[in-house]
Design a protein around this ligand. Structure first.
Ligand code: ZN
Ligand code: ZN
Length: 382
């Protein structure tokens, strides 16, 4: 089947303006609309043909190509199939542009593919949960009391007194939509909108439940237990599907969103999955060596500090940090060694120190590695 000329299809001249094209297409679309020509294959072909012609000619770029090369210039669209891969859905979706909003022939067309009846949805709820580092390290089950809308018990959420006192909405006959018919110069046109009587639900309650005044939901409290995985961090949000507010009259529940907050640990500072600890040792301990206790999330660990340890050194206790929330191993505990310098000393201490002040081993002799150490650690503690 060879293709007819697009201008011929729409019945316009080669120099037709945009407005003329639109007008011509409206005429054809109304004439061959499937609603007006049920089971008429030829009308459907004509309807598609007009849509394709308009699709090409209403696009300046495509129109220019068509004018220059004819159907051959339309690439894949010219293969005898339908222009630009358009199907009936596409055609109808374009009607909004041409007929100015709303659907064109009302709810009738579309083969009932899309239900216009509205489904209620409950709103989401947001709660904050404060966790200790220990809870974060291990994961925790939290029971949270939430004030929210729940399904009404008396009517099982339907809003109707005996659970079945419904009647089909007489305004929209249950479709949830009302169509308005307008007489225009092009004939009758319909626009569809949500039914105001039933809010798009398609049905009405004849006998309202007294517990919920026909809403299907009541205000209440619910204790919800949430499993919080190990490794979560401040600012993360977990979502528990369906645990938010119930929807009016048996719709879809909202979600419960849990915002994670971290309680500060008295000694440990979190840095992603690592933990940081500032250790202070005395001057004699730094020279002679010592053993110290380092706090971890679970307990304490003993750590040996070698004699001659310079302040600023960082010890890494592998695996003593927090587990990764996605299961990629565990962070470390980083211990920064600081040497405590007293600002007050007794007379006797002063005498000892004055002796040491000039003694040979107390003169600074940093290695080149120690000289450049600052560069490496500057990012660790602010
Ligand atoms: Zn009720
Ligand atoms: Zn209605």
């Amino acid at each position: 089947m060879s293709k007819r000329d697009y201008y011929e299809v729409l019945g316009v001249s080669k120099s037709a303006s945009e407005a003329e094209l639109k007008k011509a297409y409206r005429k054809k679309a109304i004439q061959f609309h499937p609603d007006k020509n049920p089971d008429d294959k030829q009308a459907e072909e004509n309807f598609k043909e007009a849509a394709e012609a308009y699709e090409v000619l209403s696009n300046p770029e495509k129109r220019q190509r068509y004018d220059q090369f004819g159907h051959a210039g339309m690439g894949g669209a010219s293969g005898g199939g339908f222009g630009g891969g358009m199907n009936m859905e596409d055609i109808f979706s374009h009607f909004g542009d041409i007929f100015g909003g709303g659907s064109f022939f009302g709810g009738g067309f579309g083969g009932g593919g899309r239900s216009s009846r509205r489904v209620n949805r409950g709103s989401n709820l947001r709660v904050k949960v404060k966790l200790t580092l220990k809870e974060i390290a291990e994961g925790v089950e939290k029971k949270i009391k939430v004030k929210k809308y729940i399904e009404c018990n008396s009517c099982n959420g339907s809003g109707a007194k005996d659970g079945s006192s419904f009647s089909t909405c007489s305004t929209c006959n249950g479709s949830g939509q009302v169509t308005r018919v307008q007489n225009t110069i092009l004939g009758q046109m319909q626009t569809a909108s949500t039914c105001p009587s039933c809010n798009g639900e398609g049905k009405m309650i004849t006998n309202k439940c007294t517990s919920c005044a026909g809403e299907g939901i009541v205000r209440d409290e619910e204790v919800i237990s949430i499993n919080i995985p190990a490794g979560v961090a401040e600012g993360m949000q977990l979502s528990v599907s369906g645990k938010g507010n119930a929807a009016r009259r048996g719709g879809i529940n909202g979600d419960l969103l849990i915002l994670i907050q971290e309680e500060e640990h008295p000694e440990l500072v979190r840095d992603e999955n690592d933990l940081l600890y500032n250790l202070f040792i005395s001057i004699p301990d730094s020279i002679l060596g010592t053993a110290v206790e380092i706090p971890t999330i679970e307990n304490k660990v003993k750590v040996k500090i070698d004699g001659g340890t310079q302040p600023g050194k960082i010890l890494r206790l592998r695996g003593k940090g927090l587990p990764d929330v996605n299961g990629y191993g565990r962070g470390d505990l980083l211990v920064k060694i600081n040497v405590w310098v007293p600002n007050n000393v007794s007379k006797e201490e002063r005498k000892v120190l004055e002796k040491l002040q000039s003694s040979e081993s107390f003169q600074p002799k940093p290695s080149s590695q120690e000289k450049s150490f600052f560069k490496k650690v500057r990012n660790f503690f602010e």
